[in-house]
Design a protein around this ligand. Sequence first.
Ligand code: SF4
Length: 227
Amino acid sequence: MNNKLESSELYLGDVKKLPEKISAVLLTTSRCMLDCFHCYNYPLEGDLSLKNHLKVLQNLYDIGVYRIVFTGGECLMLLHLIELLKDSQEHGVLNTVSTNGILLTPKKLEEIHPYTKMMDISLNSLNQDTNRKMIKNYFDGYEKLILKRIDMVVESGILLNVNVLVSKINLLDIPDLLEVLKSKKINSVKLFEHSAIRGRASENHQYILERKHFIVYMNGLSKNFMI
Ligand code: SF4
């Protein structure tokens, strides 16, 4: 048995300390095609097999998890994601798929739709120059593609949240982004502080807004948007 499963089983020993309603975030893969400067992904040696992923899920069911956020890396790169979503739903768990949206083709959405209650899509700016700075593997048409993915999820009826990271690079673009998102029927927008805790993000402390500046910035936004 590998370390990941062992640590998951050790966690079971602490089950009495857990609150009644537990949700879990499952890092399904550390692979991602974008390589963002703010990524604090744990680099894993490889993806777990379907069998081992199912064992991890079973551990989560055993401790009474009611909701699982399937994330990564980019979770749509995991070939057996659908099997995990299906298994989780069959155990009565509410599934959220958290994605950068790149691989969310109409066919992929159709496949995951029956097993997905909510989705998170990340979008930090609609400005090409900003995104070029934030995303190492940026490609032309990125913004248009993600907005199209957002529209597609809204139309599908899956509840949608858009995740927006706030850093020194994109803060001036956020009001315009929020205006555009406001015009769409998404369910929520979450703004996050850039936190350089690990991974590539830990090499990019210079883009972090000081906490006091972040608070002032968020207060300013809240005058125009419901935050
Ligand atoms: S921040 Fe998200 S989209 Fe960007 S490289 Fe990391 S996992 Fe991929």
